[in-house]
Write a protein that binds this ligand. Structure first.
Ligand code: ATP
Length: 237
């Protein structure tokens, strides 16, 4: 399988602070991966560079093309979609309008309608509230909305930054069911998640970041089984 995303020697600076230092990794079509590491390790800065939200040093290519200087819309058309930390939903638009925004590039209206119905069946709270303002939903419902909006755009690579942040356990479960389903849809995933154990359970490969650099990489399952990793990064005693 060909590489869908390649990151080579990535550096991100904020003034005098170097947030990301010489980071390289790649992801294949349909592959599920996670970036783990403590707060401030540089994970968000890495994915923000990938989606064009930060200027960077090094090279990033999506679908064989450098992302630098490409418009957000072109990247979206190519299938690069991120749900940022804090969700990025449109609070003053309705739930339905938010979902429709996810599908704005699609021309297959009948399939979109069908997918919308499936979303409302699977998550009745979104269905019941489809004509209410999205800003009135609970945090967990907003995260589900953001995730479903992203999926309606038919991504090839979905980047999720802290999807479980601040959510009740039941909601985290709902969110992770959707995330686990990406594998069957052939959608590649790059996940940042404070609950590293959960992140490793739903992915194939992982990179551990510390102080801006990648300090470990390997199979997610192997990391779950590695006592040293478990002690340092998974909070095991
Ligand atoms: P978190 O889980 O806390 O978001 P992270 O691993 O995603 O952590 P980043 O958010 O990428 O880490 O932050 C990496 C470093 O860059 C930190 O030292 C952070 O304080 C700094 N940083 C991040 N954003 C900015 C900014 N806009 N301006 C200045 N410094 C920043």
């Amino acid at each position: 399988m060909s590489e869908l995303l390649t990151v080579e020697r990535l550096d991100v600076h904020y003034g005098g602070i170097q947030a990301v230092r010489d980071v390289s990794f790649s992801l294949k079509e349909g592959e599920q991966a996670t970036l783990i590491g403590a707060n401030g390790a540089g994970k968000s800065s890495t994915v923000r560079a990938i989606t064009g939200l930060e200027t960077f040093g090094g090279e990033i290519a999506f679908n064989g093309q450098p992302v630098r200087k490409r418009k957000a819309e072109t990247l979206l058309r190519d299938g690069l979609v991120m749900v940022p930390e804090g969700r990025g939903i449109f609070a003053r638009m309705t739930v339905l309008e938010n979902l429709q925004m996810g599908a704005w590039l699609r021309r297959d209206a009948a399939a979109v309608r069908q997918e919308l119905n499936q979303i409302f069946e699977r998550f009745p709270r979104l269905g019941e509230r489809q004509n209410q303002l999205a800003g009135l939903l609970s945090g967990g419902e907003q995260q589900l909305l953001a995730l479903n909006r992203a999926l309606l755009s038919r991504p090839r690579l979905l980047i999720l930054d802290e999807p479980s942040m601040g959510l009740a356990p039941k909601m985290v479960e709902n969110i992770f069911e959707v995330i686990a389903g990406l594998r069957h849809q052939g959608v590649a995933l790059l996940l940042i998640e404070q609950n590293a154990r959960l992140a490793l359970e739903v992915t194939d490969r992982a990179w551990v970041m510390d102080s801006g650099s990648i300090v470990h990489q390997g199979d997610s399952q192997a990391m779950l089984d590695d006592d040293q990793i478990a002690q340092i990064y998974l909070g095991d005693m």
